[in-house]
Ligand binder design. Structure first.
Ligand SMILES: [Zn+2]
Length: 466
C-alpha cells in the first residue's frame, strides 16, 4: 500500500489530507483546506489530473475546516462515494462548511465587483464550492460509532476512538489486508489536551505498523489549565465589580462552549453573581444545538456540574442573539455584561462593531481567549498597539486587554508523547505531520530519545510505501 501526503506537511499545519492506495482501494483520510493568505487559495485548487471520481471513500477525523474544507470541492469534481465519520462531526462540519461556502461566495463577488469597477480584465474569481455542494455532502455521510470496526472497502476496515480535541473528534485506525497479511495504520487526527473541559480525554491505540502523528505543539506544554481558569475568573470578578462590559472574540465552535462552561461553573459555585452573557453568534448558537443533542459524548465533569444545578449548555447561562438587530441593540446595554462574538481573531464578524463601540472605553475589557495570527486585529490588541483601525476608523485602545493563552484545544508535548506511548512498544514507523518545523522536529527528537524510533518529517507530495 501507498500513503500519499497531500497537506499538513513540510512545516505546514493546515490542509490535512492523506490518500491510501492499495491494489483494490483508493481512499482519503481527511480532505482539509489550507488556511491563511492568498497563497493558500492556490494550494486549495484541485491539482491537474486529479480524479475525485476514482476515490472510493473519505474518512474524517473531525469537523475543523483544515480537515474537511476540501470535501465539497471533491464532490464538485465528481466524488460521490461514502463519507465516514461520527454523527457529531457530520453535524458540526455542516455548520462549518456552510459558513465557509457563504464566505467564499461573498469574497468572489467582492473581488469581481472591484475588478469590474476598476476596469481590470481578469478571469472572474470563483469560490471553491458553494452551499449546494455542502448540502450534497450531507447525503454521502455515513455515521460511525466510536470503537466499532467499519468495513470501508474490500481490503480496508476502520475504527475511530476519542481524540478529545473537539466534539465528535476521533483518531482513526485502518486495518489493511494485503495478500492475506494485515497491516495497521493509525492517524492521530488532532489530539486534545487531557485537561480540556467538556470533552472526554483522548483514548489510545495499542499497536500499529505506521503512525501519522500531529505535532501542532510538539515543542512545548501549555500553561497549566487550572491557572488559566483562575486567571479568567479573576478578570470576570474584577469586571463585574466595576460594572464593566466584557468582550470576548471567540471561535463559534469549541472555544465559545468552553467559555460558557466556565461561566456556568462560576455562577453555580457563586464565585460571581449571575450577570447577562450574550452569545452574539448564529453559528455559535447552532453549535450549541449539536452539543445539547450529544451530551452523552461529553465528559464526567460536565455531567457533575449539571447534577449540581449548573447550566453549561443552557439559556439560563447565556442570552442568545441571533439577528443583526439584537446584535446592534447590544451597543446600548450597560455592564456588567459579557458579549461573546466571532470572529475569533477579530478579522471580521460581529465582534468588530462591539470593538468599534467599546475600545475607547476604559471600563471595557477585551478577553483574548484564542490564537491570534500575525496581522489580525486581535494580534494588534495582544501586542498592545496604542491605536488600531476598525471599519477604517482609528480607535485609541483604552479598554483593558487581557490575553489568556491556556485555553488551547491541542495537546501539548507531554500529552502527545503520552498518546504515542501505548503504540511505541509495537515499534511502528512514525510520520510526524500537522506542525511547523520547530514543533515537529522537537517531537521527533523526543520520540527518538524515549523510544529509539526515528520519525519521518514528510513534505507535501511525499508517498510512504508500506
Ligand atoms: Zn482541529
Amino acid at each position: 500500500m501507498k500513503i500519499k501526503i497531500h497537506g499538513a506537511a513540510g512545516g505546514e499545519v493546515t490542509g490535512s489530507s492523506y490518500q491510501i492506495q492499495t491494489a483494490k482501494s483508493n481512499i482519503l483520510v481527511d480532505a482539509g483546506m489550507f488556511q491563511g493568505g492568498r497563497q493558500s487559495e492556490i494550494k486549495n485548487k484541485l491539482p491537474k489530473g486529479a480524479r475525485p471520481d476514482l476515490i472510493d471513500a473519505i474518512l474524517l477525523t473531525h469537523g475543523h475546516l483544515d480537515h474537511t474544507g476540501r470535501v465539497p470541492l471533491l464532490i464538485k469534481y465528481g466524488f460521490d462515494g461514502p463519507i465516514y465519520t461520527t454523527e457529531e462531526t457530520i453535524e458540526l462540519s455542516q455548520i462549518i462548511l456552510q459558513d465557509s461556502a457563504r464566505l467564499q461566495v461573498a469574497d468572489a463577488i467582492r473581488q469581481n465587483k472591484r475588478a469590474w469597477r476598476k476596469r481590470v480584465k481578469m478571469t472572474p474569481a470563483e469560490p471553491l464550492y458553494n452551499t449546494e455542494h455542502v448540502e450534497f455532502m450531507k447525503d454521502l455521510t455515513r455515521p460511525v460509532e466510536l470503537h466499532q470496526s467499519v468495513k470501508i472497502t474490500d481490503d480496508i476496515s476502520a475504527r475511530w476512538i476519542e481524540a478529545g480535541h473537539m466534539l465528535g473528534s476521533g483518531s482513526i485506525e485502518l486495518t489493511v489486508t494485503e495478500q492475506g497479511q494485515k497491516k495497521i495504520v493509525v492517524f492521530s487526527g488532532d489530539l486534545g489536551p487531557l485537561t480540556f473541559p467538556l470533552l472526554r480525554p483522548f483514548e489510545q491505540f495499542k499497536k500499529a505498523d505506521l503512525v501519522l502523528l500531529e505535532s501542532t505543539y510538539g515543542d512545548r506544554d501549555h500553561k497549566p489549565y487550572d491557572e488559566t481558569v483562575r486567571e479568567f475568573q479573576e478578570i470576570v470578578k474584577e469586571a463585574y465589580r466595576t460594572k464593566g462590559k466584557m468582550l470576548v472574540p471567540s471561535f463559534a465552535i469549541g472555544r465559545t462552549q468552553q467559555i460558557i462552561y466556565h461561566l456556568a461553573e462560576m455562577f453555580q459555585q457563586k464565585i460571581v453573581p449571575t450577570f447577562p452573557v450574550y452569545l452574539d453568534s448564529p453559528m455559535g448558537l447552532s453549535a450549541f444545538e449539536v452539543y445539547r443533542n450529544h451530551q452523552d459524548m461529553l465528559d464526567e465533569e460536565f455531567h457533575e456540574l449539571k447534577r449540581k444545578g449548573g447550566f453549561p449548555l443552557s439559556k439560563k447561562t447565556f442570552i442568545p442573539s441571533a439577528s443583526a438587530e439584537t446584535s446592534k441593540a447590544l451597543n446600548e446595554v450597560n455592564g456588567p455584561c459579557m458579549i461573546i462574538a466571532g470572529a475569533g481573531m477579530c478579522n471580521g464578524g460581529r465582534i468588530l462593531h462591539h470593538l468599534y463601540h467599546n475600545l475607547e472605553n476604559p471600563d471595557a475589557h477585551v478577553l483574548i481567549v484564542g490564537y491570534q495570527s500575525q496581522g489580525s486585529l486581535g494580534r494588534k490588541l495582544v501586542d498592545r498597539l496604542p491605536d488600531v483601525s476598525v471599519f477604517g476608523e482609528r480607535k485609541k485602545v483604552k479598554a483593558r486587554i487581557h490575553t489568556l493563552g491556556g485555553f488551547s484545544a491541542h495537546a501539548g508535548q507531554t500529552d502527545l508523547l503520552k498518546w504515542f506511548s501505548s503504540l511505541a512498544p509495537s515499534k511502528p514507523r512514525v510520520v510526524i505531520t500537522h506542525g511547523e518545523d520547530g514543533p515537529r522536529k522537537a517531537l521527533a527528537e523526543q520520540i527518538r530519545k524515549k523510544h529509539k524510533i526515528s520519525a519521518v518529517l514528510p513534505r507535501i507530495g511525499d508517498a510512504i510505501e508500506l
